[in-house]
Design a protein around this ligand. Structure first.
Ligand code: DHB
Length: 448
């Protein structure tokens, strides 16, 4: 393989969301934002865990491996969220474990937080952005997420964001020495929050979803004659039925002129965990029903990325999210067509160190497979084939040989156990000879 010749430090993990859209819009007047999002790495954080304050977000900003910083989903007014305990994590024994920052691997998790956040004004305040991005040495983007409790709240928040971007640009134009990264690079509109008591998940209510996009697209900042004034993404809930995928994609395609990306998936809503010793619901609010995340949702996420990539207009990029905790998970998401990958639960449990680790793992995979850039394998997932199955079997056998596992008869043994079996037999043989010699001596067959 070409792997040997690739220097890992030359593997470029940066990516741009909206590049196709920009090509299509060539000729139209573009703004300073250019409607693209330049991520310094294909991996960044999902909105939610460890994103509520500038102190928490600053840790993502300084992490080399995180390609951008996405703030917590904001509401129009700050709010505390649902009653505690509103999160739950399953440890490897299947027992409930408290959320712990010392945990190093991701587990199945539930949350019913109910959007605790500092309110939109906090997340768009230049002071918050400055505090968040102060230690960032590259030009990664700072992005905000909104999850209004009503359509009007979403529209108001978008207008506030537009105003903040505009003011910051004017400030920068007046003082070119000012740091350009102190601005909002994109907005993610959350159509998928399942934890607002008494409210439907917008992404499951297609009429409402269409209405939201229609009203958003009619805002002055998304005028139809020129490109939008900032890149917009939407976060979707997971779909499970092909007809629902088609309905969602049809609506999204209708508004492709305002959509840079679609992030899929949010948590799987209305999961339930049982506290076994106490024989009660593990999460308190919302009748114990909460959004499921972590490795349990990865395969649903892969399917959503793959199917959305198939159905969406090519100008709308897909951002994969759900159960990602290793470089291999990211590789699989990109193979399914993701332009970038967000990490949520793993970031929650492992902390911001996860971004560097996952990038390292992804680079090693790319080196081994002979890929130097993301485009080498993005969206190149093949259909199942006999040739592929043979290749896969051979790869597994070679992996087993490397680990020292060999096939013997109908069963399997590894070299260590075969060696210890050999010593065992030798020991019994020597013992047998010693006993025989002693017996022979005793009965004077031979004399020692
Ligand atoms: C919350 C949950 C989500 O799944 C989401 O996308 C945003 C907020 C919450 O409960 O706080």
């Amino acid at each position: 393989m070409a792997a040997i010749n690739i220097n890992i430090s030359t593997i470029d993990l940066s990516t741009t969301l909206g590049a196709k859209k920009k090509q299509q819009q060539n000729g139209a007047t573009t703004t300073t934002n250019n409607n693209v999002i330049h991520l310094t790495s294909v991996i960044y954080n999902a909105s939610g865990p460890r994103t509520g304050t500038s102190t928490a977000m600053a840790k993502i900003a300084v992490s080399e491996g995180a390609g951008g910083v996405l703030a917590k989903s904001a509401t129009l007014v700050a709010q505390k969220g649902n009653d505690l305990p509103r999160t739950w994590h399953e440890d490897s024994n299947g027992a409930a474990a408290a959320a712990s920052s010392s945990s190093t691997s991701s587990t199945t998790s539930l949350n019913s937080e109910g959007l605790p956040n500092n309110g939109i004004d906090y997340y768009i305040n230049p002071q918050t952005i400055r505090e968040t991005m102060a230690g960032c040495t590259n030009r990664k983007p700072y992005m905000v997420s909104i999850s209004g409790k009503t359509l009007n709240d979403n529209l108001q928040m978008l207008q506030k964001i537009y105003k903040a971007i505009h003011e910051q640009q004017q400030q920068h134009d007046a003082n070119p020495g000012d740091d350009e990264k102190i601005n909002i690079a994109a907005v993610e509109l959350n159509l998928a929050c399942p934890n607002i008591i008494g409210k439907p998940t917008i992404g499951y209510d297609f009429e409402q979803m269409e209405d939201v996009l229609k009203r958003v697209s009619s805002l002055p900042c998304f005028g139809t004659t020129s490109p939008p004034l900032f890149p917009l993404g939407v976060k979707l809930p997971p779909y499970f039925d092909r007809s629902h995928f088609i309905m969602a994609a049809t609506i999204l395609n209708k508004y492709k002129h305002i959509l840079t990306y679609v992030a899929t998936i949010n948590t799987i809503g209305n999961a339930l965990a049982v506290d076994y010793p106490a024989e009660m619901k593990a999460v308190r609010p919302n009748g114990g029903y909460a959004g499921l995340s972590g490795p349990a949702v990865k395969y649903t996420a892969l399917a959503n990325v793959c199917m959305m990539r198939e159905l969406l207009d090519e100008s709308i990029d897909v951002v994969g999210v759900g159960g990602v905790q290793t470089g291999k998970d990211v590789f699989e998401m990109i193979l399914c067509g993701a332009h970038a990958v967000q990490v949520g639960t793993c970031h929650w449990l492992e902390g911001p160190g996860c971004f560097d680790r996952i990038c390292r793992e992804l680079r090693l995979i790319m080196k081994e497979k002979g890929y130097t850039k993301i485009e080498d394998f993005r969206g190149k997932l093949k259909e199942w084939s006999k040739e592929g199955a043979t290749l896969s079997r051979e790869a597994r056998m070679s992996e087993r040989r490397k680990e020292g596992v060999v096939e013997s008869g109908g069963g399997k043994q590894n070299n260590m156990s075969m060696m210890s079996d050999g010593y065992h037999s030798l020991f019994i043989a020597v013992l047998f000879v010693v006993i025989a010699v002693l017996l022979a001596d005793k009965y004077q067959i031979v004399s020692l």
